[in-house]
Write a protein that binds this ligand. Structure first.
Ligand code: NAP
Ligand code: FE
Length: 367
């Protein structure tokens, strides 16, 4: 039995860490493109902290703030062109998974002309602009992954670019940026992180290192669930949740995600359900499926996450996420067929058929 674990991202965390470690940005060049969403980075202090650090270093910057949630392929090309036009030497991605993922694709496209038909082909050459990541949600873990997940209208789903070239060089974790997150966004993004931790333990690529990180991540999130529901987290809890989501990112960087994410993509693409909520709505029922097929594995995961049993996970998620959106029979068949042929299926430690995927959708999202 071998273990093979890689994490090339330097992680710097703590209150005020961007200012304290500003000099870490110096080696990346003269000019940075700062990639953000439209508003939040300007309000939560993260953009100001990055611009102050760059100014202190004598580095120049320009801002690309046109990234919307679930970034699209055209957005990635637009940002890649902006990086070239502005002469960016490196990119600082500030925000949730959407700006971070968009920035990673832009970092590749700034260095190489990749036709749209080959964007998801896996052939990315040997260079991308260096990326620095500043997460402002506690969910995706994109600050420590080699994935850029884009809305792929041609395939009517979300598709990932995966290459070690886009592992961020540094992730700065400062919990003060996430403290103003609206309650729903906080819950949805934390459900994503929990899904990463649990799916990571259910991956054929799981190993002792990823399982240890996944266990710590899941335990931390579960222990915050009651307060999360009330929306009354302490500063320490915000820090813990940011830490837990980064740990879960370190997990999926090595294990990938499984059928839950594959199923969730259709909920986001066709029903506009946010990424984390989509996974959270399906995760509890999926773990029940695992219990039926592989009870010992399910028990191991519950123990690792400090859960009494899989029912407790389902109850906690239901209470956090509220009433699920409803799917029709035709939607369930369509989405199940798509999930059954997705790349993620190869990661599933417990295989699942198309008709069993239909059951998970139906039980999770019909009355
Ligand atoms: P998001 O789409 O980045 O952001 C959701 C919303 O939250 C946006 O309206 C954003 O506003 C706002 N927001 C962000 N930070 C905030 C803050 N500190 N305070 C107030 N509002 C804030 O959400 P996300 O769940 O973090 O990212 C989802 C994306 O990540 C999906 O595309 C998903 O596929 C991807 N993902 C990637 C990975 C990976 O490994 N690469 C893993 C899982 C998921 P602004 O637009 O104004 O910023
Ligand atoms: Fe995710």
């Amino acid at each position: 039995m071998y273990n093979n674990y890689l994490m090339p991202t330097r992680i710097i965390s703590g209150d005020g860490c961007i200012n304290a470690f500003a000099s870490e940005l110096k080696p990346f060049g003269k000019t940075a493109m700062l990639v953000t969403g439209s508003a939040s980075a300007k309000k939560n202090g993260s953009l100001d902290d990055v611009t102050a650090a760059l100014t202190k270093n004598g580095q120049t910057y320009f801002v690309y703030d046109k990234v919307k949630s679930n970034p699209t392929v055209p957005c990635a090309y637009d940002g890649g062109e902006a990086a070239k036009r502005g002469g960016a030497d490196f990119i600082v991605a500030i925000g949730g998974g959407s700006p971070m993922d968009a920035a990673k694709a832009m970092a590749l496209l700034a260095c190489r002309d990749i036709p749209e038909s080959e964007l998801f082909s896996g052939d990315y050459g040997n260079r991308a602009l260096p990326i620095i990541a500043v997460p402002t949600t506690a969910g995706t873990g994109s600050e420590v992954t080699q994935y850029s997940i884009l809305t792929n209208d041609k395939a009517e789903t979300k598709t990932s670019i995966a290459t070690p070239l886009i592992f961020p060089k540094i992730a700065f974790l400062d919990a003060k940026y996430i403290m103003g997150l609206p309650r729903d966004t906080m819950i949805n993004t934390v459900a994503d992180a929990l899904s990463h931790a649990i799916e990571g333990m259910l991956s054929v690529r799981a190993g002792v290192f990823s399982d240890t990180l996944a266990s710590s991540s899941a335990k931390t999130i579960i222990s915050c669930c009651n307060d999360l529901e009330k929306g009354s987290l302490t500063k320490e809890q915000y820090s813990s949740l940011l830490y837990a989501s980064t740990l879960a990112g370190m997990v999926i960087a090595n294990t990938g995600t499984t059928v839950v994410h594959a199923m969730g993509y259709s909920l986001t693409y066709y029903k506009d359900i946010s990424h984390g909520r989509a996974n959270g709505l399906l995760l509890g029922r999926y773990l029940e499926y695992v219990r039926d097929k592989a009870p010992a594995l399910c028990g191991k995961i519950c123990t690792a996450a400090d859960l009494k049993d899989e029912k407790e996970l389902k109850t906690k998620l239901a209470s956090l996420l509220g009433k699920p959106e409803q799917l029709t029979g035709a939607e369930i068949s369509h989405y199940s067929a798509k999930a059954a042929v997705s790349k993620n299926m190869q990661n599933c430690l417990v295989p699942i058929s198309q008709s069993e995927i239909e059951t998970v959708y139906r039980d999770s999202m019909t009355l």
